[in-house]
Ligand binder design. Structure first.
Ligand code: BGC
Length: 364
């Protein structure tokens, strides 16, 4: 690999006040990888690589205006390739799990990698998070394209995918997804950013307050496959009011046991009507930082970093157990096998569309 010089290229600032710069970020098998930074006039920024469409940093102010990076991640491409627990990436073609790596479409059975024994997770061995996406900058937006060939990772149909990232003056990261196929297939795309609103590398997220706009969730079996839809009322899964994540995580509960903590899909709606709704609000009391997630998706996976285990991250900081959390907008896990869930099937002539907005803010 050639030595890389830090040499940002100024790419766009025309239609919006957000500027986009880029710099080389290594190469994989002769293909170069780039890191883009979208910065608004206040100086708040996000950095995104075309390797996996990975959000590598989100730098925003606290209630006193002090900036911090609230996204867990690494400094180098090599670390993302070697040891990333899906930090910041686009997961697909099917984010989350498919039971035993099998599903049927129109009578034909498809077999996928069981990379999360005994199930399929996040698109398989070489999911969308490990692909180099084609990147262009247009009107201060980062537009990423990836064409997944028919049969890639066992999925049917050539899937043409576009993911557009926009960073606003108000510190909102808009993510728009679009896809089309030439054969019936299943699709579930999400962004897998891990947040700690104190700043990456800070202590656990157990004091963060979370509110989720869901009266139902998907209980899971011991292999994390949904067993149906159940009410959150009178369970540790009731986040209908702002609640500290750590306040009930230690109680005796089969679901918390099965997920090793929170690692469950919350039901925002039971049909995929495509309307944008406010899904979750996360608040960190000391910094005052907030994160509001809005999405068109029917579900949101709340995963509280149960598998983080003293992982060295940016600047050598240690990411300890539960020091980051994900709020992954998605359709329900294992929906290719569960008829009562919103359908994840995409057919030729249809367009898959999803919008998710991560709005960062402060409360005083
Ligand atoms: C899943 C977790 C998994 C994690 C991988 C999450 O989306 O729900 O079970 O361990 O991704 O980092």
């Amino acid at each position: 690999m050639k030595p890389l010089l830090f040499c940002p290229v100024f790419l766009a600032s025309l239609a919006s006040a957000t500027t986009v710069t880029s710099r080389p970020w290594g190469e994989i098998d002769g293909t170069s990888v780039t890191l883009y930074t979208l910065k608004n006039q206040s100086g708040a920024s996000v950095s995104i690589s075309n390797y996996g469409g990975t959000v590598t940093s989100i730098i925003v102010p606290d209630k006193n205006g002090k900036m911090a990076d609230v996204a867990l991640g690494f400094d180098t491409l090599a670390e993302y390739r070697e040891k990333s627990p899906y930090f910041g990436c686009i997961t697909g073609r099917y984010a989350n799990r498919i039971a035993k790596g099998k599903f049927k479409l129109a009578g034909t059975e498809f077999t996928l990698a069981t990379n999360n024994d005994p199930n399929h997770l996040h698109g398989g061995d070489q999911g969308f998070d490990k692909r180099i996406w084609n990147a262009t900058v247009k009107d201060s937006e980062l537009v990423l394209n990836y064409t997944s060939p028919d049969g890639e990772e066992g999925y049917p149909g050539t899937l043409k995918t576009t993911v557009t990232y926009r960073w606003t003056e108000k510190n909102a990261l808009h993510i728009n997804y679009e896809a089309s196929t030439d054969k019936p297939t299943v699709i579930n795309l999400t962004n897998h950013s891990y947040f700690n609103l104190v700043g990456e590398g800070a202590d656990t997220i157990l004091d963060h307050q979370l509110q989720i706009n869901a009266t139902q969730y998907n209980p899971i079996d011991p292999t994390s496959i949904p067993t149906g839809i159940a009410p959150v009322k009178d369970t540790p899964f009731d986040f209908t009011k702002p609640t500290a994540i750590g306040s009930r995580i230690g109680v005796e509960n089969t679901q918390l046991k099965n997920g090793l903590g929170y690692d469950h899909n919350f039901v925002l709606k039971t049909s995929d009507d495509g309307k944008l709704m406010k899904a979750a609000i996360l608040t960190e009391p000391k910094s005052g930082r907030t994160l509001t997630v809005s999405t068109t998706e029917p579900g949101i996976q709340f995963y509280c970093g149960n598998f983080l285990d003293n992982l060295p991250g940016k600047g050598g900081k240690i990411y300890k157990y539960r020091s980051g959390l994900c709020l992954e907008a998605q359709t329900f896990p294992d929906s290719p096998n569960q008829k009562e869930f919103p359908s994840p099937v995409l057919r030729p002539g249809e367009t898959y569309r999803q919008t998710t907005i991560y709005q960062l803010g402060v409360s005083r």
